[in-house]
Design a protein around this ligand. Structure first.
Ligand SMILES: *Cc1c(COP(=O)(O)O)cnc(C)c1O
Length: 395
C-alpha cells in the first residue's frame, strides 16, 4: 500500500484527472496492457479470464465456495439488467430501495423486464433503513426479492447494506445488490451481507476501463436461473455454463478491456485488496472534504453517510458563482469534475476513486480556490435552502 510519501504517477501528458465515478483515471500499466491483440479462444486469454474470475471471488469473503463469478459484456447497467432477469423468477416480486438515479434505473429495468415490483422511494439521498424494509416485507408477503444500491453514486451516499441484509434475512426473502461503484473499495463480505447476487463493473473501484460488468452469485441461484432470462445475450446462466465448460466467453469478449482489467486486479491486490484500496479512497475523500470545507463549501451529506467514492457539494450561493464556469476553470487546471444530480438545489460532485492519491486531492482543492477567486466569488457558502434540505437527513 503506498504511504503518503510515495506518489502515484500522473496521467499521460496533458491528460486531465477524472474526478468522476467511472470511467476514471487509470494507471499507465492498465493502459499499456491494451496495446496487444488477443484471440478470444486462445489458451492464454482463457487463463486470464479464469484469473479474473478467481481474483474477484477472493474479494467476497466466500470460504465455502458457495459463490461464482460471471463476467458480462456491456456497461454496468447491462449486468444489472442481466442480474434482475436471471435471479428474479418471472412470477417473483421485487422491492426496490431507491434513493437516487441508480435505484430509479433498477425500477425502470423491471418495467422493461415485466417483473412485478414496488418502489420504496426515499427521494434524492435519504437512506432506506432496516426497520422500514422489515415493515414493507411484513405487509406484502408476495415480495420475493429486495434490491439495494450499495453506494448510490448520484449523491455518494453509502447505504446501510448490512442492516438491510439482516432485515431481508429475518423475513426470509432474497437480496440483490448493485455494488457497482463500491465493490473493491468498500467491504461486501458474503458472511455479513447475505446476497444471492451482486454486480459491479470493470471501470469503477478496481480501476479498469469500461467494457464489461460482472455478476457474483450463489451457485445454487445460478443453477436456478436456467431458462429465466428474457434475453439471449444477457442470460447469466448460459454465460456461466458456457464459460465453465469451455473457459471462453459466449460471444466476442472485450479482449483489451479484459486484459487491462486483469492488470488492474493485480495492482488492487498489491495495494492490499479492499482494505488498501478503500484506505486510499478514504484519504482522498478526507483531504478533499476538509479542504473544500475550509473554502466554505458544504457537503450534502453528514459525515456518517459520506462514502469514500464520490462526494456531493452544494454550489455556493454567491451571485458570481456559475457551475459551467467553475467546471471549465477546473478543467483548464487539469481536473474534470462531475455535475450534481439533486433536484432541489444546485450541486456538483467530486469523485475520490481512480488512480490518484491525497497529493492530487490537495491540488484539486487549490484549483477550486483559484477558480473561485477567478470568478470573483469570495464565499463558497451554500444558499439557506440547501441547509434546510440537508436538515432532513438524520445524524
Ligand atoms: C456506474 C453505475 C452503474 C452502471 O452504470 P453504467 O453507465 O451502465 O456503467 C449502476 N449502478 C451504480 C450505482 C453505478 O455507480
Amino acid at each position: 500500500m503506498p504511504n503518503s510519501s510515495t506518489r502515484l504517477e500522473s496521467p499521460l501528458l496533458g491528460e486531465p484527472y477524472l474526478l468522476t465515478p467511472g470511467p476514471l483515471t487509470t494507471s499507465a500499466k492498465v493502459k499499456q496492457a491494451m496495446l496487444r491483440d488477443w484471440g478470444s479462444w486462445d489458451s492464454e486469454f482463457r487463463a486470464l479470464t479464469l484469473e479474473m474470475r478467481t481474483s474477484l471471488l477472493e474479494l467476497t469473503g466466500d470460504t465455502k465456495g458457495e459463490l461464482d463469478c460471471v463476467p458480462m459484456q456491456g456497461s454496468g447497467s447491462f449486468s444489472v439488467e442481466a442480474m434482475l432477469a436471471s435471479f428474479v423468477p418471472r412470477d417473483g416480486k421485487v422491492l426496490v430501495l431507491s434513493n437516487g438515479a441508480y435505484g430509479q434505473r433498477i425500477a425502470q429495468t423491471l418495467v422493461y423486464l415485466n417483473r412485478d415490483h414496488t418502489v420504496m422511494d426515499k427521494g434524492d439521498y435519504i437512506p432506506p433503513r432496516g426497520d422500514e424494509v422489515t415493515a414493507a416485507l411484513e405487509i406484502d408477503s408476495s415480495i420475493s426479492h429486495v434490491v439495494v444500491v450499495h453506494c448510490e453514486t448520484s449523491s455518494g451516499i453509502l447505504n446501510p447494506v448490512k442492516e438491510i441484509s439482516d432485515a431481508v434475512d429475518a423475513c426470509g426473502r432474497k437480496l440483490l445488490v448493485d455494488s457497482m461503484s463500491a465493490f473493491g473499495a468498500i467491504p461486501l463480505d458474503i458472511n455479513e451481507v447475505n446476497y444471492v447476487a451482486m454486480v459491479s463493473s470493470a471501470n469503477k473501484c478496481i480501476e479498469g476501463v469500461p467494457g464489461f460488468g460482472f455478476i457474483i452469485a450463489k451457485k445454487d441461484e445460478l443453477e436456478a436461473a436456467k431458462g429465466r432470462s428474457h434475453s439471449l445475450s444477457l442470460d447469466i446462466h448460459a454465460q456461466w455454463t458456457h464459460m465453465n465448460k469451455t473457459g471462453q466467453w459466449r460471444f466476442t469478449p472485450p479482449t483489451h478491456v479484459m486484459v487491462a482489467f486483469v492488470e488492474a486486479l493485480r495492482a488492487h491486490k498489491a495495494e492490499g485488496g479492499v482494505a488498501g484500496r478503500g484506505g486510499r479512497y478514504t484519504k482522498n475523500r478526507d483531504v478533499v472534504v476538509e479542504g473544500m470545507r475550509e473554502l466554505g463549501f458544504e457537503t450534502l451529506l453528514k459525515d456518517r453517510w459520506l462514502s469514500p467514492i464520490i462526494v456531493t457539494f452544494f454550489c455556493p450561493a454567491h451571485k458570481s458563482f456559475c457551475f459551467d464556469k467553475f467546471y471549465a476553470l477546473l478543467k483548464a487546471k487539469g481536473f474534470i469534475i462531475y455535475p450534481g444530480k439533486l433536484t432541489v438545489v444546485a450541486s456538483f460532485r467530486i469523485g475520490c476513486i481512480g488512480h490518484m492519491d491525497e497529493h492530487v486531492m490537495r491540488k484539486v482543492v487549490a484549483a477550486a480556490k483559484e477558480a473561485l477567486a477567478e470568478m470573483g466569488v469570495d464565499s463558497a457558502v451554500p444558499p439557506e435552502k440547501a441547509l434546510v434540505e440537508r436538515a432532513k437527513l438524520a445524524a
